[in-house]
Design a binder for this molecule. Structure first.
Ligand SMILES: Nc1ncnc2c1ncn2[C@@H]1O[C@H](COP(=O)(O)OP(=O)(O)O)[C@@H](O)[C@H]1O
Ligand SMILES: [Mg+2]
Length: 259
């Protein structure tokens, strides 16, 4: 059965998409079968892996729309293979804005993504869901579908502002739609020469000890470059620091979930 991980933080630009792709590619490189689901109407994950948002074929928007207008969907067609073996994606497009607005009219909408992902539970070892920078209905669906949520936190001043609201949202989801949800924090964009980065990391370690991954992701500009060529960092530069660190994160997750 796939372990479903949501990457969430209502702040934008904190490496949710980067972590989804890089962690997914690391797990795929270890031989795990990985599905990445783009649940952001801005489609950054899809675009970063070379999938154009106006490309033909069904997307996550079509799939979720069937909750409102039932019709036949070719579920296999939703999945696109990437340049890396074992790494597939379900892309999104801008129509997901509308779907998000309308889907709340349906009672029990919170479970729609979970129902959708159940189709692929047996085919994959991991399903990673890249959330949009909000705590709206799409994120609630992702948290309801997930076994675990990973919150990337930038190691900088004010980075933890907003974390309380996110944890409150997680608690609400645990109470109402997904009592087994776990969460972890991942420190990202760490620069050890920078005193503020060091202070913030120490505070995170003090306050979240067991929930904070021991792997820390440093600043690595190669992560910005690989997006332009549509490749995961693991392919673009197998030796760069970020590839090694995301590999360590993949190992850490495998240990936590006992695989
Ligand atoms: N460890 C890192 N070092 C340097 N740049 C990074 C790192 N992680 C992410 N980035 C860059 O930061 C920007 C925001 O990352 P992104 O993954 O798109 O964030 P989000 O999905 O949370 O909005 C992107 O330009 C990305 O390439
Ligand atoms: Mg993103």
């Amino acid at each position: 059965m796939a372990h479903v991980v949501a990457l969430s933080n209502q702040k934008g630009g904190v490496a949710k998409t980067t972590t989804t792709i890089s962690l997914g590619a690391s797990l795929a490189g270890m031989g795990r079968r990985v599905l990445l689901v783009d649940l952001d109407p801005q489609s950054n994950l899809s675009l970063s892996l070379g999938h154009q948002d106006d490309a033909p074929g069904e997307t996550i928007s079509d799939a979720l729309e069937t909750a409102l207008n039932p019709r036949k969907v070719d579920w296999d067609e939703l999945i696109r293979h990437t340049s890396q073996e074992n790494l597939d994606i379900v892309p999104s497009d801008a129509r997901l804005w509308t779907v998000e607005r309308l889907i709340t009219e349906k009672q029990g909408y919170e479970y729609e993504l979970k129902t959708l992902l159940a189709r692929w539970q047996k085919i994959y070892d991991y399903i990673l869901v890249d959330c949009s920078p909000s705590l709206g209905p799409l994120t609630v669906m992702a948290l309801t579908a997930a076994d675990r949520v990973i919150i990337p936190i930038q190691t900088e001043f004010l980075a933890v502002v907003g974390l309380v609201r996110l944890i409150e949202t997680i608690d609400a989801v645990k109470e109402h739609t997904n009592s087994n949800l776990e969460f972890n924090l991942l420190a990202v964009m760490y620069d050890q020469r920078n005193g503020i980065c060091r202070d913030v990391l120490t505070k995170l370690q003090e306050n979240f000890s067991a929930r904070l991954f021991s792997t820390v992701i440093g600043v690595d500009t190669r992560l910005k470059e690989c997006v332009a060529v549509g490749q995961p960092i693991t392919q673009y530069d197998p030796r760069t620091r970020a590839t090694q660190q995301y590999g360590m994160l993949a190992d850490e997750i495998e240990r936590i979930i006992d695989r």
